[in-house]
Ligand binder design. Structure first.
Ligand code: ATP
Ligand code: MG
Length: 568
């Protein structure tokens, strides 16, 4: 392939909206072009990488026994009403109407479509189990699209859905996908971790996320080096801290003028933040009510856990405003759970471990001392706190550590969440209609592409692993109008191409330094320079991963590249 024919469009500098290295490099290397926030077009180099990533996923999915289909992004509202998600999905769902006022959405995911597919196409229980997958474009109206392909409004996902007769079958299908994902992310050369993930209101330990480890990741992972426990912080738990708080005693009102925040209280009472109970009031728009959460003063609430406990929805649970607090009889900065029995109160386990604690007095400028769970207030005990580094591992009790990760995939035991309401059933031996037991499995294809860049780059540009690089090698003649150089460069190009190597010949009329910069930025694994020793049949071979340069014969360079590509 000649470089003059390739629409190479590298940039000296990335547009200012690109904040992280992988996004900057994908734009600078001319892999992507951005039109509106969160929407990307893939340029020739980008498409080649994308195709390779998709093909690796496809190979492994096919090997796992899954079958490929392809669905439309356009989905009718009716199916989403059947599953109960048309409202619940919230503002991320891109909704639209056709000219006849019929409503649709652009699929953010395809559970409804695949469930309908299995319901209509699986005629006999003999066809079960079955796992279907697709590689297809998804739409999510993300509140804040950012970081390029990491969080975009249109992105490519590989999604798969398994249908089994029973739980035991689902276990097998799930494990099969877990193993398949492990193989896929290993083939991409990613440094990743599989971690326990939140399962929303389905419950159980039925989900894992695959995290590409990276400081720019948006997920925190709590993990234990001693026993390998690892969980997304949304899900992670820790061994209960049995801190006893204040002594048991009579409730006592204390004047605390203008002392509202935990920091101010710590200062005022000269004690650890653990001695306070933080009372948080939320407006649950989905269930049309207000709820209260109580956690220790040194803790942060884990909203996902609260959503699960209260059967609410992340999109519809908001902190009560100052006006709402006043209307409900609370005073901002001085809230307490005592005397608030008419609300649903959720209380973190640690609160019940304390003999008593300080809380707000529900009166301006006052707090109360010695407030005790079970005596002065009640509520549902549950785990509401965000796990932090140093909390003790729930399995083995050793201190947990925190890693950052990019969620590149997630697998999920859905059980009958969709098959039941959507009546996706099979007939069992007794003639009963039984809902199929489902799993669903997603890989963010475009997010994975960018995660590879995040883990494979240096100050010069991208360092693609050989199996996903847009081309395997590039030949850069120093002077393409020099007959000896031209002859050797052309011969190397043609011989490589005939041996199955994807190779570029940089025939552009540019200075060599300019060309090298481009190829280092684009990140092809092998850069071969044909220069002044061309007449002797000597070239310079550079490995992009190590940036090591070695002079070698034409044959050696040829063999090195061909054998690396053949061993893929
Ligand atoms: P996140 O928590 O990052 O918003 P999610 O859990 O909502 O993601 P899933 O529904 O599990 O995402 O989708 C499967 C995969 O699709 C994710 O693991 C992720 O890799 C990818 N993905 C999800 N949302 C986006 C997005 N806005 N842009 C790019 N990839 C995405
Ligand atoms: Mg997810």
């Amino acid at each position: 392939m000649k470089a003059t024919r390739m629409l190479i469009s590298t940039l000296k500098e990335a547009p200012s909206e690109a904040k992280i290295e992988s996004h900057i490099l994908l734009l600078r290397a001319g892999m992507l072009k951005n039109e509106v926030a969160g929407v990307y077009n893939y340029l020739p180099m980008g498409v080649r990488v994308l195709n390779k990533i998709e093909n690796i996923i496809r190979e492994e999915m096919d090997k796992s026994g899954s079958i490929e289909i392809l669905c439309s992004a356009l989905q009718p509202k009716e199916l989403w009403v059947e599953s109960g998600r048309w409202m619940k999905y919230g503002p991320e769902l891109m909704r639209l109407k056709d000219r006849h006022e019929r409503e649709f959405c652009l699929g953010p995911t395809h559970e409804e479509i695949f469930t309908s597919m299995a319901r209509d196409l699986v005629k006999s229980s003999k066809q079960l189990p079955i796992t279907m997958y697709q590689i297809q474009t998804k739409y999510r109206d993300e509140f804040r699209p950012r970081f390029g392909l990491m969080r975009s409004r249109e992105f490519i996902m590989k999604d798969a859905y398994s249908f089994d007769k029973d739980e035991a079958g689902l276990e097998k299908s799930y494990q099969n996908m877990y193993d398949t994902y492990t193989r896929i992310f290993t083939r991409f050369g990613l440094n990743f971790q599989a971690v326990l993930a939140d399962t929303g209101n389905i419950g159980g330990n039925g989900s894992h996320q695959f995290m590409a480890l990276s400081d720019i990741g948006e997920s925190d992972i709590a993990y234990c080096e001693a026993c390998n426990y690892a969980a997304d912080v949304e899900k992670a738990t820790s061994k209960l801290d049995t801190f006893e708080g204040l002594a048991e005693g009579k409730v006592e009102k204390i004047h605390t003028p203008n002392v509202g925040t935990i920091e101010e209280l710590v200062d005022f009472f000269k004690c650890d933040a653990k001695n306070f109970a933080k009372t948080l009031i939320y407006h649950d728009f989905m269930n049309e009510k207000f709820i209260i959460a109580v956690i220790r003063g040194d803790r942060e609430i884990n909203l996902v856990k609260l959503v699960n406990e209260s059967n609410s929805n992340e999109n519809y649970l908001k902190m009560a405003t100052d006006e709402e607090l006043a209307e409900l009889g609370f005073v901002k900065g001085f809230c307490g759970p005592q005397g608030k029995d008419k609300f649903d109160i959720y209380v973190d386990y640690e609160i019940a471990e304390a003999k008593s604690l300080y809380t707000g007095a529900n009166e301006k400028d006052y707090h109360v001392k010695n407030v005790k769970y079970g005596r002065d207030f009640n509520g549902k005990l549950c785990d509401l706190r965000t796990t932090v580094a140093g909390d003790l591992c729930p399995v083995c009790g050793k201190p947990l550590k925190i890693n950052r990760g990019i969620e590149v995939g997630q697998i999920f035991k859905l059980q009958t969440k969709y098959s039941e309401p959507m009546k996706c059933t099979y007939v069992d031996e007794k003639g009963n209609n039984v809902p199929m037991v489902m799993g669903c499995y997603g890989i963010g294809v475009t997010r994975t592409l960018q995660s590879i860049v995040e883990q494979y780059h240096d100050e010069f540009g991208i360092k693609w692993p050989l199996n996903v690089a847009p081309y395997h090698a590039v030949i850069v003649p120093v002077k393409y109008d020099d007959p000896a150089q031209k002859e050797l460069a052309d011969k190397l190009h043609d011989t490589l191409a005939n041996n199955g190597v994807e190779v570029v010949l940089d025939d552009r009329d540019e200075r060599p330094g300019f060309k090298f910069k481009d190829w280092e930025l684009i990140g092809l694994p092998y850069i071969v320079t044909v220069g002044r020793r061309a007449a002797e049949g000597i070239v310079e071979f550079k490995d992009r991963q190590t940036m090591e340069k070695v002079e070698m014969s034409f044959d050696d360079a040829l063999n090195k590249i061909v054998s690396a590509v053949k061993s893929l």
